[in-house]
Design a protein around this ligand. Sequence first.
Ligand SMILES: [Zn+2]
Length: 299
Amino acid sequence: MEFMREFPDDETCLRHVWRERFAPDGEHAFCQRCEVERTFKRYETAQKRPCWFCQTCGHRIHPLKGTIFEGSSTSLQLWFYAMYLITSTRCGVSAKQLERELGVTYKTAWRMFNKIRNQLMDESDAEPLSGEVEMDETFVGGKPRESYRREVARKGWNMQTAYWDRKAVVFAAVERGGRIRASVVPDSRGPTLHAKINEYVLPATMVYTDDFHAYKQLGKKGYQHKRINHSARIYVQGDVHTQTIEGFFGLFKNGVRGSYHAVSKKWLQGYLNEYTWRYNRRDSDRSMFHDLLEEAVRD
Ligand SMILES: [Zn+2]
């Protein structure tokens, strides 16, 4: 109901995008051809094309151009509603739920989901982390399906290796009491993880890891580094622990397990985006829906 009051129809959604991107007052926008601010009018035809035109020179502006909504056959209001649903429950919705709620096909719901997660919720250009930062890597991917197990057996592959190949590695770093950054990485070798650490964490930051060999050199690479000896079954030693990041991994893996879809690596990054996006806004007073909407109209 709250959503319907704000965005009762497609036209309202379109006008929202128009105002946010081009004309704050709904009427005046910068005309590229006149090279000054002009009065624009809604293009009023039977087809109601999603554009405005300059009253002086006729130049047209298509407010959806360059957004994830451009060229979509799904109505703008459904897009907005999908974003609303995804952000208004605490643990998100599945593509199956989206399909039901929106009355679209599963394929469409799936495509919308991927665009929202991979483009709007992508925070890969966020500021690096600092302060006290925990980091860790984990393997994600459930039991392989029966069909895959049969294929492995038929081809005589090593069962153990074949299973591990299908698992994805996720690396994440989190500020204690702050933000998180995470991504699917090709493997868990030292150079791969170090490249991510450089990207995610400011030099001289206090970092906490377990005793995995890939983290050994961090002290020499300009970080302050404390390690917890997980292989000796020690998990907390004063302030030395990685409980924050493990908590996040726990939630994330639960979500993956409960989802309907098989874990592909591209899908997994999108799903990870959604989890980190949510995590980074957990204490914010602003509605996640409006945050996401802002992302959708950003140039
Ligand atoms: Zn003009």
